[in-house]
Write a protein that binds this ligand. Structure first.
Ligand code: CP
Ligand code: NVA
Length: 303
């Protein structure tokens, strides 16, 4: 049966380790060993939103795995003119061997996956960004040697964003200690946390920083939320990740960001550009390796 990656709920702890191990191997062997599980396969990349990292890492990744990537601008597809998601899924399943999709409503990605007979990977919706979290966890594993309850991570800013939601699922999957520092208006979704004792909401940004190994933040205005810009600038202002917050953290604490970053908004320039603290470009690179691993496992020869 085909398997999709729509959120981290689709992955077990064992499967996560399999993805990490393969991603680490593909990273080590990049350009040295020929590994072409997508040979003769075509993967469609549907994008309804802007992208730098996701588009390029998927296109390059499909090519390195021996496949062909088709970039499909959703605004130029018939689905943008009223064709149903279900019909689109059925038609694309006759041509392609996998779909990667970035769009607005998470329900559309679920519908696409339900109706398609080929694997679907969520490349970001308003609610979830699982590929980013896989890269983030791989990065934490590289720096700390593990992703488990010995790791404490504080996320600052929009507690209801696709990144905060995905971090919650990552913490539920791994047992990592997650503190979300967000204002009351955008506090994290209690249903998603599901009473997990390792996930806390802490509106005080200084308290949230205590003892953390990693700081994480994301833009204050996610794609699709531009009309709320003024309100968001106001309510998230106290949640900028500053160098001062590192005084509260564990020595050697690192800074993560899914990118793109807005210096002076969610992160102070001295944090973003501090090579001792910021590991955001290692994190961005890991998108490529981890997505290659996921595509090999979901869309490779055995599928
Ligand atoms: N982090 C991330 O998904 O970046 P892009 O929006 O550039 O793809
Ligand atoms: N929360 C951001 C993430 C970008 C990678 C957005 O959805 O725009």
């Amino acid at each position: 049966m085909k398997k999709d990656l729509l959120t981290l709920r689709d992955i077990t702890r064992d499967e996560l380790e399999t993805i990490f191990d393969l991603a680490a191997k593909l990273k080590r062997e990049r350009g040295k060993v020929d590994f072409r599980p997508l040979a003769d396969k075509s993967i469609g990349l549907i994008f309804a939103k802007s992208s730098t990292r996701t588009r390029v890492s998927f296109e390059v990744g499909v090519g390195e795995l021996g496949g062909r990537a088709l970039y499909l601008d959703q605004s130029r597809m018939q689905v943008g003119r009223g064709e149903t998601v279900a019909d689109t899924a059925k038609v694309l399943s006759r041509y392609l061997h996998g779909i990667v999709i970035r769009t607005f409503a998470h329900a559309d990605v679920c519908e696409l996956a339900k109706e398609a007979t080929i694997p679907v990977i969520n490349a970001l919706t308003d609610e979830f960004h699982p590929c980013q979290l896989l890269a983030d966890m791989l990065t934490i594993r590289e720096y700390s040697g593990r992703v488990d309850n010995t790791i404490r991570l504080a996320f600052y800013g929009d507690g209801r964003s696709n990144m905060a939601n995905s971090l919650i699922l990552a913490a539920r999957l791994t047992g990592m200690e997650l503190v979300i520092s967000a204002p009351e208006e955008e506090r994290p979704d209690a249903d998603l946390i599901g009473g997990a004792a390792n996930i806390l909401w802490e509106p005080d940004p200084v308290k949230a920083a205590r003892g953390v190994d990693y700081f994480y933040t994301d833009v204050w205005v996610s794609m699709g939320f531009e009309e709320e810009r003024a309100r968001r600038m106001e309510i998230f202002r106290p949640y900028q990740v500053t160098a001062k917050l590192f005084d509260e953290a564990k020595p050697g604490a690192k800074f993560l960001h899914c990118l793109p970053a807005h210096r002076g908004e969610e992160v102070a320039p001295e944090v973003m550009d501090d090579p001792k603290r910021s590991i955001v470009f290692d994190e961005a690179e890991n998108r490529l390796h981890v997505q290659k691993a996921v595509m090999s496992l979901l869309m490779g020869p055995r599928n």
